[in-house]
Design a protein around this ligand. Structure first.
Ligand SMILES: [Mg+2]
Length: 399
């Protein structure tokens, strides 16, 4: 039986800014007052990115406007996010973890999974170890984390979410009926708002009810998703912890041509074949890639390559191909080509989205909140950012 831990920073953005302020001599710990991290106020449309426990108690919600938040708190203090500082805090936490094991998978700026199975004999009781790790992070870095311990990633993630802050929880296989089945269906990790709503309409309101649902019945409403949903509710998850070291290996393929390629349509055809090959083996291993790379060797045997980090990890052939073509066009100096290569690195076993940068999961799930975030981006980067992107696409396909 595996032992997996999920480490999750409590209220990451607010905690990290609190640490920063205290280091600069700020007189209070903003975790203990009415405080939020919010977008640029001078732009007059900042939103709440994270809130202190007291602000939360007063009804402040992630993604609402700072004006709304101010209305709910008389003494609200607003601080801007400091992303470079957050990256630094995040890195320092992962450095602490890396001292103990290389077998951990970073899934967002403030979360990772540890495969404890392999170091169990070295460090002993997992609960004692989790406390030690949690306390070391707090003592050396000044912020608290929750640790969830279970037999797989799904349950570890659920466990770290139980009671906060600064807690260690277990959700072992045998504890699933007692600790997980009573939870409201929307609390099951990986079940979105829409799915939860549909399930409630079918009178499935708890995780336990979903765990015991008939697959044939659910199939009528959820098709191929019925069984994965039931398995999730039963706390079954076989996905591996994919550590940085296995990430860096990546998947790549290349092809040397008997004749030199000069025509773009022919080159694109070959890129497509290469992408299909790597994307297939990526999907076969149930993983997603965060970095796409292209290599070109020309008729003079000059070799050059170029990589691009994607906004979101993917295993989708079309998405990868699109990036590969972009990279190729940036790279190619129109010399006849002798070899083409495509590589996928930064492999991960989870489909974490870039928006998990935002502190609260509700921001990702609630589409209205998400719209607000998108609106915010549009305000910051210009109304036609989306139009520009599709125009770019168009130009590319015309070439
Ligand atoms: Mg967190």
């Amino acid at each position: 039986m595996r032992i997996i831990m999920h480490i999750d920073v409590n209220n990451a953005f607010l905690s990290w800014t609190a640490v920063e302020l205290l280091q600069q001599g700020y007189p209070v710990d903003i975790r203990t007052i009415e405080a939020v991290i919010g977008g640029d106020e001078s732009m007059r449309h900042g939103i709440v990115l994270a809130k202190s426990p007291i602000a939360k108690k007063k009804g402040v919600k992630t993604a609402e406007t700072l004006r709304e938040a101010r209305r709910k708190c008389d003494h609200l203090k607003i601080f801007p996010p400091n992303y470079p500082w957050y990256q630094k805090m995040s890195q320092k936490m992962f450095d602490v973890i890396a001292k103990y094991t290389p077998d951990f998978e970073i899934i967002s700026i403030d979360e990772c999974f540890i495969d404890y199975t392999l170091v169990h004999r070295l460090y002993g009781d997992p609960i004692a170890f989790a406390h030690r790790l949690k306390d070391e992070i707090y003592q050396t870095l000044g912020f608290t984390v929750n640790v969830g311990i279970a037999n797989n990633k799904l349950c570890a993630k659920m466990a770290s979410d139980f009671e906060k802050p600064n807690k260690v929880h277990t959700l072992w296989k045998e504890e699933i009926p007692e600790k997980m089945y009573p939870l409201e269906i929307g609390e099951l990790y990986g079940v979105g708002k829409k799915t939860a709503m549909k399930l409630r309409e079918l009178s499935i309101t708890t995780v336990g009810e979903l765990a015991h649902a008939e697959e044939t019945f659910l199939k009528r409403y959820f098709k191929n998703q019925a069984l994965p949903l039931i398995l999730k509710a039963q706390g079954i998850d076989e996905s591996p912890v994919v550590s940085e070291s296995s990430e860096s290996k990546g998947i790549s393929t290349s092809r040397t041509f008997a004749y030199n390629l000069r025509e773009l349509p022919v080159i694109y055809q070959n890129l497509q074949l290469l992408v299909e090959k790597v994307a297939n083996s990526l999907r076969e291993s149930n993983r997603y890639a965060k970095v796409v790379g292209v290599t070109i060797r020309d008729k003079n045997f000059k070799t050059y390559s170029h990589q691009k980090r994607l906004l979101n990890a993917t295993s989708h052939t079309e998405e990868i191909l699109k990036t590969v073509k972009e990279l190729f066009l940036e790279l190619w100096d129109e010399e006849p080509i002798r070899l083409l290569g495509v590589s996928l690195t930064g492999l991960t076993s989870s489909l974490e989205r870039q928006l998990s940068l935002f502190e609260e999961e509700e921001i990702v799930e609630k589409s209205s909140s998400l719209d607000k975030v998108l609106d915010e981006l549009k305000k910051q980067y210009g109304e036609d950012i989306i139009k520009k992107a599709s125009l770019l696409d168009h130009n590319l396909s015309k070439k």
